[in-house]
Design a protein around this ligand. Structure first.
Ligand code: MTE
Length: 324
């Protein structure tokens, strides 16, 4: 008889839930039925997310596909859309990974983005106006989730630096604070007040203007469906995936940073820097290995997720704070 033993890096989904939240009785009671239902559905065997009809049509389809920037390629197979579009983390719509159908209710138009804080002039800009101004390109990036799974996705979008240039931050700006929409009517988990909504993440100015920091508007040569974080989402591939904030509505340049969403949820488990590092385990699991969504192929985790040449100079490699 073949007995399959789970190696220690193969996490059951529940383990990936932050401990503080997992242990919260209210959430445990409320989330238990949904988690059981998701398990019963078998996760990956759900119908393809390509069949899901969005709440509001995205008018930007004609912009895609955009030319691929061949400076950013990876030595791994692309994760098929049929896989990456139906296994998603988007806690606003629930803690299960099967949230594509729920996220599709997010109306991605009209969508206004505010740019403010320490800038020459505060402004609000509609997503389609922003798209018209920005240099769109495609980049194939590796994505490494703190939960140990990984994927390779062709993102379309523009460098975050282009938005920073548009914003014209003042010299005193040290951090860029990004926030996701807040709409508890639409996003059921936002009614759970033990999470610090809205989802917030932050980069230093050096990180935000690094060539790799990318704002995503499309995937696989088409506008991004909602579950990927439409209509505007960050991709910072050298950091754990939770830094890549979805469905952004505001950018604020500040001198002193507030805490991020995950620091407030559990600062012992999810630090600010979150640079991928195989030698720094998560408090509850090893980060030595990663496995690919879809194929479950295993690879050793790489420092900065393999993007050291582009970003290592931003950090003191001997200072452990940068790897948490
Ligand atoms: N952004 C928001 N607003 N809400 C989220 O729950 N999850 C993060 C990140 N951005 C998340 C988010 C995590 S944990 C990961 S791994 C990635 O989105 C997942 O992106 P994907 O669903 O496209 O794979």
């Amino acid at each position: 008889m073949l007995i399959r033993r789970q190696p220690r890096w193969a996490l059951p989904e529940a383990m990936a839930t932050p401990e503080a939240v997992y242990l919260d009785r209210r959430r445990f009671v409320a989330g238990g039925a949904a988690a059981l239902a998701a398990a019963a559905l078998g996760g990956c065997d759900r119908p393809g997310a390509q069949d899901i009809v969005p709440a509001v049509p995205d008018p930007s389809g004609d912009l895609y596909p955009v030319a691929r920037n061949t400076a950013y390629t990876v030595m791994r197979d692309m994760t098929p859309f049929s896989v990456s579009s139906r296994i998603n983390n988007f806690f606003e719509f629930g803690s299960s990974k099967n949230i594509a159908h729920k996220a599709a209710k997010l109306p991605v138009r009209p969508w206004e983005i505010s740019i403010g804080g320490l800038v020459e002039e505060e402004r609000t800009i509609a997503i389609d106006e922003l798209l018209a101004k920005m240099p769109l390109e495609e980049r194939v990036y590796r994505h490494r989730c703190v939960e140990t799974w990984a994927m390779v996705v062709p993102w379309s979008g523009f460098p975050l630096k282009a938005l920073v240039d548009l914003a014209r931050p003042l010299g005193a700006a040290k951090f860029l604070v990004m926030k996701t929409f807040l709409n508890p009517e639409l996003a059921p988990t936002q009614r759970q007040d033990w999470y610090p909504w809205p989802y917030t993440d932050i980069l230093t100015m050096d990180e935000a203007t690094n060539e790799l920091a990318f704002l995503v508007t499309g995937v696989y040569g088409r506008p991004a469906p909602a579950q990927f974080g439409a209509p505007l989402r960050l991709a910072v591939p050298w950091k754990y995936g939770f830094k890549s904030i979805k469905s952004i509505v505001s950018f604020a340049f500040v001198e002193k940073r507030p805490d991020t969403f995950w620091e407030v949820v559990d600062s012992r488990e999810y630090g600010f820097w979150a640079n991928v590092n195989p030698d720094v385990p998560h408090r509850r699991w090893s980060q030595e290995m990663e496995w690919m969504l879809g194929t479950r192929e295993l690879f050793p985790t790489r420092i900065y997720n393999g993007y050291g040449p582009e970003v290592a100079h931003l950090y003191d490699a001997d200072d452990p704070k940068y790897f948490f």
